[in-house]
Ligand binder design. Structure first.
Ligand SMILES: [Zn+2]
Length: 308
C-alpha cells in the first residue's frame, strides 16, 4: 500500500461500517466509530526512528499518519457505557485541515450508536481515559449558540487530574485541552471525578496510570473474574496495536519515565494474562491479543470466531 492511498483512506472497509463485538466480565463490548484523523508520525512515535515506524504506520507527504477515534460501547444488565468520547464536530475548517478530519460515509459517534438503535438519551455512563480533545470532543454538541451535553442522562467519569489540567491556564499540553469539551458537562452536573484504582461498575475497573497525561486512566472489563477473559481499553497508554514495545512512547507524553514504567507493567500483564486489547487510535484493528515473541511483543489479530 502506498502512503498516498493510505492518506486518502481507501484501504479496506472503514471500521465505521464493520462492527465487531467481544464479551468480557459479563460485558458485551461493541466497536463504535467517530472519525479518522491524522497526527504527525514523529510525535506519535517519539524517539523511535522513522525508518522503523514508517513500516508499521505509513506516513503521508506531510509526515502525518492515519489514526482513528474509535469509542466502544459496553453493555451489561441493561446498563450502557460509552467508553471514550470521540473527536466530535466542533471544528473549524482550519483545524479540520490540520488534523485531516475524515468521516467515511458521514459516520459519527452518534450515527454508529443509531445504527445499533441506541439513542443518546439511553447512555447511562461515559468513561474517558483522559480529557484531550480527541478523546472527549463528541460529548458536547452545539445547539444554536449553546453548548449542550450530547448524552444528557449519562454520568460522565473523568479523571480528576484531567479536569485539573484543563483548568490550568499555563500547562505544557494546554493545546490538547479545550474548556468547551468539559465545562458544559460540569455545568450540567453530569461529571464525576475518578482517581486511582477503582471498580466503577461491576466487572469494570479503572486504573490511573498517568504518563501520557496527568490522569491517564485505563478501563478493564472482567479483570477480577476468573471465568472470563480480560479486555483492556488502553486509551493513550497503548494508542495503536503497533505501540507495543515498552519504549515506543509518544512525544506527547508528559512523564516519560512514568509511561515506561506503566507500559512495561501493563504490556507484561496483558501478554501473561491473555488480555484482549482495545486500541482507540488504531485505524485497522479494534481488538488484538498481545503475545511474547522472544524478548519483544507481537499483537495477534483476534478473529470474530475466537471472540464469540
Ligand atoms: Zn489520543
Amino acid at each position: 500500500m502506498s502512503a498516498s492511498n493510505e492518506a486518502e483512506g481507501t484501504a479496506g472497509q472503514p471500521l465505521g461500517s464493520t462492527r465487531q463485538e467481544i464479551e468480557a466480565g459479563g460485558w458485551r463490548i461493541t466497536t463504535l466509530f467517530d472519525a479518522y484523523f491524522r497526527l504527525d508520525g514523529g510525535a506519535m512515535w517519539g524517539v523511535v526512528p522513522k525508518n522503523l515506524w514508517a513500516r508499521m504506520t505509513p506516513a503521508a507527504d506531510d509526515n502525518t499518519i492515519r489514526l482513528s477515534a474509535r469509542p466502544y460501547l459496553a453493555e451489561r444488565d441493561g446498563v450502557k457505557v460509552l467508553v471514550e468520547g470521540g473527536m466530535g464536530d466542533r471544528w473549524d475548517d482550519k483545524m479540520r485541515g490540520i488534523y485531516h478530519l475524515e468521516r467515511p460515509q458521514q459516520t459519527s459517534l452518534e450515527g454508529t450508536l443509531a445504527a445499533l438503535d441506541i439513542a443518546p438519551e439511553e447512555i447511562d455512563h461515559v468513561v474517558c481515559s483522559h480529557c484531550h480533545f480527541d478523546h472527549v470532543g463528541a460529548l458536547v454538541r452545539a445547539d444554536g449558540e449553546a453548548l449542550v451535553p450530547r448524552f444528557p442522562r449519562a454520568r460522565h467519569h473523568f479523571p480528576k487530574a484531567e479536569v485539573e489540567a484543563e483548568r490550568t491556564p499555563v500547562h505544557p499540553r494546554r493545546a490538547s485541552y479545550r474548556a468547551d469539551d468539559i465545562e458544559p458537562l460540569i455545568a450540567a452536573g453530569l461529571v464525576d471525578l475518578t482517581e486511582g484504582d477503582i471498580e466503577l461498575l461491576p466487572g469494570l475497573t479503572l486504573h490511573e496510570v498517568g504518563g501520557h497525561s496527568g490522569g491517564m486512566t485505563i478501563v478493564l472489563f472482567g479483570e477480577n473474574d476468573p471465568n472470563s477473559a480480560t479486555a483492556a481499553f488502553w486509551g493513550d497508554l497503548i494508542p495503536t496495536a503497533h505501540h507495543i514495545q515498552p519504549p515506543y512512547i509518544m512525544a506527547y507524553d508528559i512523564d516519560v519515565p512514568r509511561s515506561f514504567e506503566m507500559r512495561t507493567k501493563w504490556l507484561g500483564r496483558a501478554a501473561d494474562e491473555g488480555f484482549i486489547g482495545m486500541s482507540y487510535h488504531d485505524p485497522d484493528r479494534a481488538f488484538t491479543r498481545l503475545v511474547r515473541d522472544g524478548r519483544r511483543y507481537a499483537a495477534e489479530d483476534v478473529s470474530e470466531a475466537r471472540l464469540r
